[in-house]
Design a protein around this ligand. Sequence first.
Ligand code: PGA
Length: 255
Amino acid sequence: MKKMFICGNWKMNTDRRSAIALAEALKSSPSASHAVETGACPPFVYLSEVAEMLSGSDVSMGGQNMYFEPEGAFTGEVSAAMLLDVGCRYVILGHSERRHVMGEGDDLVNRKVRAACAAGLLPILCVGELLEEREAGQTEAVVERHISRGLEGVSREDAGEVVIAYEPVWAIGTGKTATPGQANEVHLFIRDLLGRIYDSDTAAKIRIQYGGSVKPDNALELMSQSEVDGALVGGASLKADAFEGIIAAAAEACG
Ligand code: PGA
């Protein structure tokens, strides 16, 4: 059975002490179960300490970004091998803040996705439209471009391991959530697109998370949608009890 995947994206938050405390709280989540996989993506500098705290638990860890080259003179960057070396299983790629604040384009995101797959690190490929794109009726076109360009050159086998996070940019950190119906409609479109790019078995295997102001009080309805396989959670992942509430909702949705 495909497991729900609830992953926290801590972004540029926490300090050493609070990152370790958050990992400790996450480790003892009573709601994480065989049906719900949980993960955390702390800032790079705390990865090792968070990994140490999470060791022996079922909570997986991811990086928030990486560079596609394996090593060399790339000041300020980290490689897939480095993330694996400190215990990461995942890496978030193409997050809207990388695309719209740091200016990353589809080509760069694609190189990173391919490098992560080649290294054995599982990409969480983020896709989603801006508010003006939604209002202009371009949601599907934008999501299609992010996915088809992002997965260019990725084999069917590797694609089955990729996680897609649909995060409408207008819902990230704004308190505005897509309605469960709006989310599922785009997830259905993504599932169909993945079927066209690969095949329906591969499309069915790929987990599609929803992200954008997911909170304990809206998580159950979102996670109960047919094509929603989990959540990428920003703000609410920084509070252990709120994150636990989302994990509990996912467990209820699939239980
Ligand atoms: P948010 O962030 O939950 O704070 O809206 C989600 C994300 O950016 O992944």
